[in-house]
Design a protein around this ligand. Structure first.
Ligand SMILES: [Zn+2]
Length: 326
C-alpha cells in the first residue's frame, strides 16, 4: 500500500500542463522544452535540484493554475496506485499583489478536494514556510494555514536553506499556533544541516515528523533519541541521492533508520523533477537499495500512524492495509 507523506506541488507539474499554462500566460518555453527544464539529469546538489523545481514557479502565480496543478498531482498519485497523499507547497512563493497567500492555499485545497472526489483517494495540503521568507510573510502563511485547518490544510512545514538560515526561533510561536488549531507539524531538517537540526526542530517546534533527516544517521545517539521520541522520518530516497544528501540508495540513511527502529514513512518529494514516483521508489529501495521487501512494506503502517489526517481517514487507511495483508 502506497502512502505519500512528502511531495511538493511545485515538483508535480506535468510538462504538458506546463506548456499549456505557459502559452496562456505568455511565458517563454525553456530551451529544450518543459520536460527538460523540470528533469534533473543526475546526482548534484540541492541548489541544482531546486533550480529545476523552480522552473515551474512562473506558472503557479494564478489561482486557476494552482487549482489545476493540485488536481493533477492527486490524480497522478492515484494513477500511481497511492491511497493517500499529503501535498505540500510554499504559498509565499506563489502569492502576488492580486493573489494572497490565503487565496493560493484555497486554490490548492479546491483542486485537491476535486481530485479527492474524482479519484476516491485521501489527500491533504501542507503549507510550507520558507526559511528565507520575511517575518510578515511566514506569519501570513501560518495564519492562512490555521484559517483553512478544516478546509483542506492538514499541516505546517518549514523548508528552505538550512545552512544559510539555521535559526528556528521565529517559527516556534507559529508552530504553536498551528498545533492549537489541530494541524500536524513537520519540518525539513538535517537534510543539508547537521543531525542536531532535527532534534532542535522536535524540541523547539514540537514536530512529530522530520522531512529527510538524512544527517540524523551520522549520530548513533541521535538515532536512538529520534526513535525514543516517536518521531517519524519522511524519507524521499531518489531525491536524497540527487541532492547529494545520500551517496546512493544502497548507502542511504534509511538503512540506519530501519536498524535503529525509527518509524519511516516515504515520499517522492518532486516526482516530475526526479522522474520517480512513489511506486517506483518502493521498488528501487528493494532492488537497488537492498532493503528487505517486508521492511519497506512496514513503512505503510508508520505512514498511517503519522499521517496528518482525521481519525476516520486513519481507520479507513488501516482497514485498507489490513485487507491488503489478508
Ligand atoms: Zn521536501
Amino acid at each position: 500500500m502506497l502512502l505519500n507523506l512528502h511531495t511538493h506541488l511545485e515538483g508535480t507539474v506535468r510538462p504538458g500542463t506546463a506548456a499549456e499554462l505557459a502559452e496562456v500566460a505568455g511565458c517563454p518555453t525553456p530551451v529544450g522544452g518543459w520536460e527538460n527544464a523540470f528533469r534533473i539529469k543526475g546526482p548534484g546538489n540541492l541548489t541544482v535540484f531546486l533550480s529545476h523545481v523552480a522552473a515551474a514557479y512562473p506558472l503557479l502565480g494564478r489561482a486557476e493554475n494552482l487549482r489545476r496543478v493540485a488536481f493533477e498531482a492527486v490524480q497522478d498519485a492515484a494513477l500511481d496506485g497511492q491511497s493517500y497523499i499529503e501535498l505540500r507547497l510554499g504559498p509565499g512563493t506563489h502569492a502576488r499583489p492580486n493573489l494572497s497567500v490565503l487565496k493560493v492555499l484555497e486554490a490548492v485545497c479546491t483542486g485537491v478536494a476535486e481530485a479527492t472526489a474524482a479519484t476516491g483517494i485521501h489527500a491533504g495540503v501542507i503549507a510550507c514556510m520558507l526559511r528565507h521568507e520575511p517575518q510578515d510573510l511566514v506569519e501570513e502563511i501560518a495564519r492562512a494555514a490555521v484559517g483553512l485547518a478544516n478546509s483542506g490544510v492538514v499541516g505546517l512545514d518549514i523548508a528552505g536553506d538550512e545552512l544559510l538560515y539555521p535559526s528556528l526561533d521565529r517559527f516556534a510561536p507559529l508552530y504553536a499556533l498551528a498545533r492549537d488549531a489541530g494541524l500536524g507539524l513537520t519540518a525539513h531538517a538535517a537534510e543539508a544541516g547537521p543531525g542536531s537540526a532535527a532534534r532542535e526542530a522536535v524540541e523547539s517546534l514540537g514536530v512529530s515528523r522530520i522531512g529527510h533527516g538524512s544527517h540524523i544517521a551520522d549520530e548513533p545517539k541521535l538515532l536512538d533519541w529520534i526513535r525514543d521520541e516517536g518521531v517519524t522520518i519522511e524519507v524521499c530516497p531518489t531525491s536524497n541521492v540527487l541532492t547529494g544528501a545520500a551517496p546512493s540508495l544502497a548507502e542511504h540513511p534509511v538503512h540506519a533508520f530501519v536498524k535503529a527502529g525509527i518509524a519511516v514513512a516515504l515520499g517522492d518529494d518532486n516526482p516530475e523533477n526526479t522522474g520517480v514516483r512513489l511506486s517506483e521508489e518502493v521498488r528501487l529501495l528493494v532492488t537497488k537499495g537492498d532493503l528487505k521487501a517486508e521492511a519497506v512494506a512496514g513503512f505503510a503502517r508508520h505512514a498511517i500512524n503519522a499521517a496528518f489526517c482525521s481519525d476516520a481517514v486513519r481507520r479507513d487507511l488501516a482497514a485498507l492495509l489490513d485487507h491488503e495483508a489478508t
